[in-house]
Design a binder for this molecule. Sequence first.
Ligand code: THU
Length: 138
Amino acid sequence: MSLALAARAVRDNAYAPYSNFKVGAALRGAAGAVFSGCNVENVAYPEGTCAEAGAIAAMVAAGETRLTEVYVIADSPAPVPPCGGCRQKLLEFGAPDTPVTLATTSGTEITTTLAELLPGAFANAHMDKAKGSAKGKA
Ligand code: THU
């Protein structure tokens, strides 16, 4: 199944009674499988989760930890970009050159990359010094 179709289909199931803004996301895992997720809001607003986070959880639950492509769709005037936190979450499992397509339900698409969405990303290497000095500690 294409990422576009998967993201569009899962968006129908989004639970967004507070924002009324339904989002669908689909990822392609390194082995080729497609994983999808939708936003799930909560009356305690900060407890809501983004569509991208749901798709990542589905991918990891299935035993896949690398993604090669991302697609996000919403009914917005301009293609919807992943929020800042989701950019960092996506990069955890993708690469700087991983393509990310942002789409509207009316058919506009923009393709960018994780590096363009998250320049100067925090990475494991930034902790090298701290990890070295933590060696041997419980
Ligand atoms: N949302 C997503 O699911 N993904 C995005 O990329 C942007 C925002 C959701 C979170 C919340 O349920 C609603 O959209 C409004 O912020």
